[in-house]
Design a protein around this ligand. Structure first.
Ligand SMILES: Cc1cc2nc3c(=O)[nH]c(=O)nc-3n(C[C@H](O)[C@H](O)[C@H](O)COP(=O)(O)OP(=O)(O)OC[C@H]3O[C@@H](n4cnc5c(N)ncnc54)[C@H](O)[C@@H]3O)c2cc1C
Length: 538
């Protein structure tokens, strides 16, 4: 059976890319949004034209049937999915692909592949869906390693066991979002972890990067959903005990959650599940002033109501996503869901917090209950659709020379306004300088009682051939700004290689030494994902 292939220089499967006509419209929309009058689209490259250096390693006989040195496989594992990845792939620029891509079928295969890497000293790069936007799956450059092996976990894709009374499941780490939900659905369960990259990212990737998903409050990071982990390291397997909570010293799970592939390969995890919701209440609350919407969210975040959706879009986000019926202003996407109880009381109380600050609900409130529902009404649904479709514009952006990226952070409420003003000012000024202008917007992806997680998106027109340098300048300005004004360099996109310079400014030095010591204990040769988070060898 032929497997559907994903595109190397865009998002999604090769057979579901926008048509040439759609690409022209996407490009026109992007150009208009940044005030550019002119654009041209370079022709789409072809996989047949990719040329890679000869592999520096060849897998041993015993692993040959689970390893590939095919051009498509090596190129598809060379980069993640940030703009510089897409641009380099679009230019067929692959100077440093993995030499071998391993596709283990079992945990024993993972052990064998790591053993081989250990024997030959090869860099070993755990690979989930490859949706990293922080250069997290890229092989190391230079000659410190005789070669690199990308270890793709896609065949470890099963829900192995469900514990109904504890509402938890043992799940293999390579499962992609849709396949995971499809296996839980017949049992009436769901993980309800939906990062925007849900379709093309995996459970192991989510755990390794501390991803942020569906829940805007309470269970915001995957961390809260992990009950225990099983990790293969070059020095053996680390499996933690299933426990609802524990005070027995530092948590082994917490050491591997967010370890970004530098300590071991997560092969499976027990995950806390949710019953599938049957009651829903949602609305889009309009605020003339962004500040009033922000204050309403602060009140909501401290109200104990814990809305599932509680995300404000600033006026530029509203316009860019074409939601809100052209009313201008900001929109607060508000929603509750439950498998247990109707939600009128919850949303009515939440709306009181909003109306006190001038919020209005021009499209009313959608309340559904008692049966599985799929439709989403008004601006909430429009925004969700725009959100899911957005990545399909990636290859068009590369073809037209657009510069696009995000910076996402979090900040305590008492510093939010200064933080927001500072980041907007600095990133806009970088956009003006580098691209002669561009669009910058802000929304909240998650909110906590002590502060929000603001997410900034920037778009400008680049100069073809200089996009990488231009992107780097603006992205660096953005990452420097969020750290300078007191936030984190990343709330859920991970550190990878891209955010390392700013991560090093925010994390304590002694903590880096402790992490280094943990790595030395688990991966003495420093083979796992070198260059991510810390230097691989002291
Ligand atoms: C369009 C788009 C939207 C996105 N939206 C979100 C979002 O809403 N929320 C969010 O949090 N992130 C988002 N991201 C970022 C990315 O999807 C996440 O970081 C995701 O968790 C990565 O999962 P993955 O399976 O693709 O991992 P990969 O990209 O393959 O790997 C990411 C890192 O984890 C390591 N890794 C992967 N699997 C394992 C494993 N089994 N064991 C050990 N290490 C492993 C890799 O070595 C690498 O360092 C988005 C990215 C894109 C391109």
């Amino acid at each position: 059976m032929t497997q559907r292939r994903t595109t190397i220089w865009g998002w999604g499967f090769e057979d579901e890319q926008p048509t040439p006509e759609q690409k022209k419209n996407i490009a026109k929309g992007i150009a208009e949004s940044v005030g550019a009058s002119d654009f041209s689209l370079d022709p789409e490259p072809r996989v047949e034209d990719i040329q890679l250096r000869t592999p520096r390693l060849s897998p041993p006989e015993a692993l040959a049937n689970i390893c590939s040195i095919e051009t498509y496989d090596r190129a598809a594992h060379a980069y993640g999915k940030a703009l510089p990845d897409i641009v380099r792939a679009f230019r067929l620029d692959f100077p440093n692909p993995p030499d071998v891509v391993a596709f283990p079928r079992t945990e024993d295969d993972v052990v064998s592949v790591l053993d081989w890497c250990n024997q030959v000293g090869a860099a070993a790069i755990p690979f989930g869906g490859g949706s990293s936007v922080t250069s997290g799956v890229e092989p190391p450059t230079g000659d410190a390693y005789p070669g690199s092996v990308s270890i793709d976990l896609r065949y470890l894709d099963k829900v192995l066991e469900i514990d109904e009374s504890s509402r938890a499941a043992r799940i293999q780490a390579g499962v992609y979002g849709p396949a995971l939900e499809a296996q839980l659905k017949p049992h009436g369960y769901t993980l309800r972890h939906y990062p925007q990259s849900f379709e093309f990212s995996t459970l192991g990737g989510w755990i390794a990067t501390r991803s942020g998903g569906h829940f805007a409050t309470l269970y915001t990071h995957i961390d809260e959903l992990v009950e225990s982990t099983r990790v293969v390291t070059p020095n053996g397997i680390v499996a933690s005990r299933r426990l609802p909570g524990s005070g027995a010293g530092p948590s082994p799970d917490r050491m591997f959650i967010g370890s970004e592939g530098i300590l071991g390969i997560i092969t499976e995890a027990w995950m806390r599940l949710q019953h599938r919701p049957i009651y829903r209440a949602s609305t889009a609350v309009h605020f003339e002033k962004f500040e009033n919407g922000v204050e309403a969210i602060r009140l909501l975040s401290q109200s104990g109501l814990y809305p599932t959706n509680c995300r404000i879009l600033d006026p530029t986000e509203v316009k860019r996503n074409n939601v809100g019926n052209g009313t201008g202003g900001s929109l607060l996407m508000l929603g509750f869901e439950s498998a247990d109880h109707p939600l009128e009381a919850w949303i009515n109380r939440a709306l009181e917090c909003c109306t006190d600050l001038g919020g209005t609900t021009p499209n009313g409130v959608v309340i559904k209950g008692g049966g599985e529902t799929t439709g989403r009404g008004g601006s909430v649904g429009d925004w969700r659709n725009a959100f899911i479709r957005m990545p399909y514009a990636f290859s068009t952006m590369a073809a037209m020379g657009a510069i696009f990226d995000t910076t996402e952070s979090s900040i305590p409420w008492n510093r939010f306004h200064e933080f927001h003003a500072g980041v907007m000012r600095d990133v806009q000024s970088a956009l003006d300088e580098v691209c002669g202008g561009g669009v910058l917007s802000c929304r909240f992806t998650h909110v906590y009682p002590d502060g929000p997680a603001p997410y900034f998106t920037f778009t400008g027109m680049g100069k073809k051939g200089s996009e990488l340098e231009q992107w780097h300048e603006i992205k660096t300005a953005a990452s420097e700004a969020v750290v300078r004004y007191g936030g984190t360099v990343t709330h859920h996109h991970s550190v990878g290689r891209t955010h390392r310079p700013q991560y090093e400014k925010q994390r304590p030095d002694l903590f880096a030494s402790a992490l280094q010591a943990a790595k030395a204990a688990l991966d003495p040769q420093g083979l796992l994902n070198p260059g991510v988070l810390i230097d691989p060898r002291p």
